[in-house]
Design a protein around this ligand. Structure first.
Ligand code: HEM
Length: 189
């Protein structure tokens, strides 16, 4: 139920997947919108503060997600070998882009030496600052990797719909409900 098996994802993986999907889409929209704001807009400081705070929480969530990913079994692949290979490569690329977006975001925010205040709850210190052109280089990396992440995530969602509606596999349903993870499966050990 909570853990994965070779038949399906457990609740922990399902929650981590959908929380990060919501956060990524939300951060992308917020990030795009906030760069258009006028200096006198009441959201001018508030929106980047929320963007940075949610970004740090997403980074913590992703670290947790990766740890859980490595200590848990993963459900077996659906479809042919080539398709499974493409899915694995796509998933690794999603994780790599996700980390690139978050690390570059951190480097933009801390470029001048100030830490990141996360919703007033705690502060993440600036560990690396004052590098030449840090904010502008990290800014470009942040924008292009965020764009690539969102495009890849859209392709990933399309692939999930193809598995569901065309191939009639249970890939999408098992990412929405833990019921398949309850099936006893010897290969999960
Ligand atoms: C928006 C950002 C999203 C990101 C970054 C993301 C990332 C990932 C990653 C990395 C995996 C692989 C899990 C692993 O093996 O460790 C995965 C699995 C999955 N995702 Fe997403 N995802 C996103 C959105 C979506 C959306 C919108 C859908 C569906 C419409 C979806 C459907 C699925 C399904 C069905 C699986 C399970 C694949 C399987 O069982 O082999 N994802 N996702």
């Amino acid at each position: 139920m909570w853990r994965n098996t070779r038949s399906g994802w457990g609740i922990v993986s399902i929650i981590l997947h959908w929380l990060s999907a919501i956060a990524i889409v939300g951060l992308f929209i917020l990030g795009w919108w906030m760069t258009e704001l006028d200096y006198y807009d009441p959201w001018y400081n508030q929106a980047p503060w929320i963007h940075r705070s949610v970004g740090v929480l997403l980074l913590l969530l992703t670290v947790l997600r990766l740890v859980w990913r490595f200590i848990q079994p993963t459900p077996h692949d659906e479809g042919g070998r080539l398709e499974a290979l493409a899915a694995h490569a796509g998933h690794i690329a999603l994780y790599v882009l996700l980390l690139t977006v978050m690390v570059s975001g951190y480097l933009i925010s801390t470029a001048k030496g100030s830490g990141i205040d996360v919703f007033g709850w705690f502060e993440v210190p600036a560990l690396l600052h004052g590098l030449p052109n840090q904010a502008s280089i990290a800014g470009s990396v942040h924008w292009y990797s965020a764009l690539a992440l969102v495009v890849l995530a859209a392709g990933h969602a399309l692939a999930a719909f193809k598995h569901h509606f065309i191939d009639h596999h249970n890939t999408l349903v098992r990412m929405l409900t833990p019921r398949y993870s309850r099936q006893v499966d010897d290969t999960s050990h």
